[in-house]
Design a protein around this ligand. Structure first.
Ligand SMILES: Nc1ncnc2c1ncn2[C@@H]1O[C@H](COP(=O)(O)OP(=O)(O)O)[C@@H](O)[C@H]1O
Ligand SMILES: [Mg+2]
Length: 244
């Protein structure tokens, strides 16, 4: 379980998050919805301990990571896979090499075992036949699937998605969202999905926190979103446009 407790985060003088509290349960898909620049990626960086809040706490499975050093954070980070918005694949490595990279760097597995795990993700992501291709030769949706496969390689119990459908066409977006839904069913995985696309939320999330002007203005099951009286939520439900 991931918890943000009264988190305030400033970049210089600018306050991005103002007293934000958020709970993300295991085996559930939680969306964080908000306009561009509101601080969604910042929340993921806080959860990974990549940046520190100015005040408040971040707990992972009840452990306070707020003031942890890098070396202490490694085992915590391994509980969570991350899929970056731009995928962060290594351009000069093949798909198989991309999938195996962190395994080879971090675990002293036999080469056979590493290959087995890589092949498992190739199959999961539907990338058979592309093992030796370079990322540049794959479509946007396929690259996203490689990034998801790579995030799953340590068997995390939670996966963090930063705008998983950004830049994808509608068909590929739907495939990726289906894949996210499958992960929970088949692998019993929880997820945090940050997005500015409300359709993503309705397609796959159990609950949604709406971030607006530094604060969480709604945090509940998606079925209750329609009952919200908040003008910003009313406006996104009617025109679905989240740009500021
Ligand atoms: N390292 C940084 N230093 C200063 N400002 C930053 C930094 N990272 C992000 N910002 C600013 O903080 C705000 C929130 O960023 P971000 O979390 O990336 O938003 P989102 O992911 O919701 O689009 C943006 O206005 C962005 O320009
Ligand atoms: Mg972002």
């Amino acid at each position: 379980m991931i918890e943000l407790q009264n988190v305030t985060l400033r970049y210089g003088e600018r306050e991005i998050l103002n007293n934000v509290s958020l709970t993300i349960e295991d085996n559930k898909i939680k969306a964080v919805l908000g306009p561009s620049g509101v601080g969604k990626s910042t929340i993921l960086k806080l959860i990974l301990g990549l940046i520190k809040p100015n005040s408040g706490k971040i707990l992972i499975d009840g452990v306070d990571i707020t003031h942890m050093k890098e070396s202490q954070l490694y085992p915590i980070r391994r509980k969570m896979g991350i899929v970056f918005q731009g995928n962060a694949l290594f351009d000069s490595m093949t798909i198989s090499e991309n999938l195996g990279f962190f395994l080879r760097e971090n675990l002293k597995l036999s080469e056979n075992e590493t290959e087995r795990k890589v092949q498992e993700q190739i199959v999961f992501a539907g990338l058979e036949g592309y093992e030796d291709s370079l990322p540049e030769n794959l479509s946007g949706g396929m690259k996203k699937r490689v990034a998801i496969g790579r995030a799953l390689i340590f068997n995390p119990k939670m996966i963090l998605f930063d705008e998983p459908t950004a830049g994808l066409d509608p068909v590929s977006s739907k495939k990726i969202l289906n894949l996210i839904g499958q992960l929970r069913k088949k692998n019993d995985l929880g997820a945090v999905m940050v997005t500015h696309i409300i359709d993503d939320v309705f397609m796959v999330a159990d609950s949604v926190a709406v971030l607006y002007k530094g604060q969480i203005i709604f945090d509940d099951d998606i079925s209750n979103l329609h009952n919200s009286e908040h003008p910003f939520i009313r406006s996104i439900l009617s025109d679905k446009i989240l740009e500021q």
